[in-house]
Each structure stands twice: as C-alpha cells, then as structure tokens.
Design a protein around this ligand. Structure first.
Ligand code: UDP
Ligand code: MG
Length: 313
C-alpha cells in the first residue's frame, strides 16, 4: 500500500495531462524513500482525458485511475479521489500545472515533522485577470468575517492531508462540499506554505463567473448562518424606524390635522420593505434549497471504473 497518493481531479485536461505527469513523475522519483502513487480522477471529461490517463497508467506502475459516471464538479471529484485513498496520506493538486508539483517534497518534509494539513497559500496568481483577483480577494475576506471556521486566505485545494485528516473527511458526507472549508474544519495541526501560482499550462479554466458566484454561495451557506441573521436585524431596524416614524405621523396628525398627503413617502416605504422581504425570503430559500438536496440523501458521486495501480493491487 502506498504511503502517499497524489490525487489529481481532471475535467477536459487531455492537452496538458502528459506534461503534468512528466513533471509530477520527476518529483516523485526524487522522493525515493517514499512509496508513492498517483490517482487520476476523470470527472466525466468530454475529450479524450480518460484515454490519456489509461496511457499514463500503462506507462507508469504508480498510476491508478478513477472515472466518474459523469461530470460531478471538482469538489465531488476530489471527494471521490480522497475516498479511494485507503492508506497513507494524500496530496491534492490541480491537473493544469497551476500548482507546482515541485512543492510536494516541502509538504512531505513538514508532514514528517508531524503536521496534518500542509497547504499552499498563493502569493501571486499569474495569468488571471485583475477582476478575478479582485473578486477572489473580496470573497476570502467576506468568508473570514462570516464564517466561524476561519478559512485561510488565498488558499486553494493544493495541500497534503495526513491519514487522520483523510479519515475525518471520510466521515463528512454533506452534499454541498466546500472542500477548502472542510479541510480547515477538521483542525489538527495545519501549516501554510507560500508559493507563486503559475498560469494555466494548457486548456482553459472551467470556472466562469456564474460558477464562481455559486461556488461562493455554497461556501457561505455551508459555513455561515450570518445571512439568515441579517434578515432579523434588518427587520428589527426597520420596525424601530417604522415605530418612530409612526409616532411622528400620529403627533403631526393630532396637532396639525390630517390633510391627505404623503404618497411619495408611502411609496418609498412600501417598495423598500417589499424588496427587503423578498431578499430575506431569497436568503432563506438558499438554505432551504440546500437542505432539500441534503434531505434527498443521494450518493455523492457514482464511479464508472476504478483501476488500482498495478504495483499496489
Ligand atoms: N475540475 C474538475 N471538475 C470540474 C472542473 C474542474 O475535476 O468540473 C478540475 C480541473 O481539471 C483542474 C482543477 O479541477 O484540474 C481546477 O480547475 P480549473 O483550473 O478550471 O480552476 P481554476 O484554476 O481556474 O480555479
Ligand atoms: Mg486552474
């Protein structure tokens, strides 16, 4: 059984996968005293990613492949991969060479010192637009304020997870999986390593802004109930303001009589409160929808085929 398995989720990555494996293979060759394996997870790719994976498996006795029944998204592909690491520790890395495999020996060194989670923190993000960097920074800072589990800033999924962390994650079966939140949630001894994130080696990013927005919503709703409380406080503030305004209207009517006026203020109040109420309903809906998905208890992912590495089976 391997001591360390590198889990690589890939969706339509056939272009760059061979180069990725070359670089990763060289790094693993350097870790001679460690019995390592690589698990490629094909997240229902529509190009020939799986064919490339099979080719890599044929050429390298360390390679295992896992193919999901369809595209389940990166978080679930990762979960599936980690579930199949039944012994030793795991490293999670993107297939597009944005996370440098050369950092793995550093992770391993700290793992040997006794750390359980060693994660890469991005000092820079090459090849990403200013707007993406801005929205990403804003998201991490918002999460920091809202979530009771402090999710480290500028940190992706690139990390090493020790055996006991993998066992802990195996017990977390929630469907809305915000992996970097869960990685932090388990606790234990965590360490951050700063690195420079490269531009994508080949292919394109699978994350458009709509997908990122939904990812952010998943993150916030699975790690914070703050939006639910917001409705309470906005409601409270509005009621207080309404009460004071009511006193003033009443006083004025008693002292000065009651000529029918006030259409503009009435309109503003009605529209404002209508908006606030719909927004609060929407926020409750976000949580309720997730609760619904959770209640259905469907399996997290379905496996099409799993082939263990030849030298470990
Ligand atoms: N990925 C995946 N399933 C998906 C989308 C992405 O397994 O549905 C993989 C992808 O192949 C890559 C990693 O997740 O190895 C990160 O994806 P990407 O590079 O598109 O994200 P970005 O780096 O732009 O955040
Ligand atoms: Mg990428």
């Amino acid at each position: 059984m391997p001591d360390l398995t590198i889990v690589v989720p890939a969706y339509n990555e056939s272009e760059g996968l061979r180069d990725f494996h070359k670089r990763l293979g060289a790094v693993l060759d350097g870790l001679r005293d460690l019995d390592s394996a690589v698990l490629y997870v094909d997240d229902g790719s529509r190009d020939d990613t799986y064919a490339v994976m099979r080719e890599l498996r044929a050429g390298d006795a360390r390679v295992a492949t896992l193919r999901l029944a369809r595209n389940f998204g990166k978080e679930l592909a990762l979960t599936a991969g980690l579930d199949h690491v039944t012994s030793g520790a795991a490293v999670v890395i993107d297939a597009d060479l944005q996370d440098p495999p050369e950092l793995i020996p550093t992770f391993v060194a700290h793992w040997r010192e006794g750390y359980d989670v060693i994660y890469g923190t991005r000092a820079s993000r090459a090849g990403e637009s200013g707007f993406k960097k801005f929205t990403a920074a804003g998201f991490y800072r918002l999460m920091e304020r809202l979530s009771s589990t402090p999710i480290p800033r500028d940190t992706g999924d690139f990390r090493l997870l020790s055996r006991r962390v993998l066992d802990a994650l195996g017990q977390v079966r929630e469907r809305q999986r915000f992996m970097k939140g869960l990685f932090t949630w388990v606790g234990y001894r965590q360490l951050s390593i700063v690195y420079h994130r490269d531009a994508r080696h080949a292919g394109t990013s699978k994350w458009n802004y709509w997908r990122l927005w939904n990812f952010a919503l998943d993150g916030i709703t699975s790690f914070s109930g703050a939006p639910l409380k917001l409705a309470t406080y906005v409601g409270l503030a509005a009621s207080l303001a309404a009460f004071l305004f009511g006193l003033w209207v009443l006083g004025k009517a008693l002292l000065l009589g009651d000529p029918v006026r006030g259409y503009p203020s009435l309109m503003v109040v009605v529209l404002f409160l209508g908006g606030v109420q719909l927004m609060a309903l929407g926020m409750i809906g976000e949580y309720l929808g997730r609760l619904y998905v959770e209640a259905k208890q469907r399996p997290l992912y379905l496996v099409d085929e799993y082939v263990a590495p030849p030298n470990h089976s």
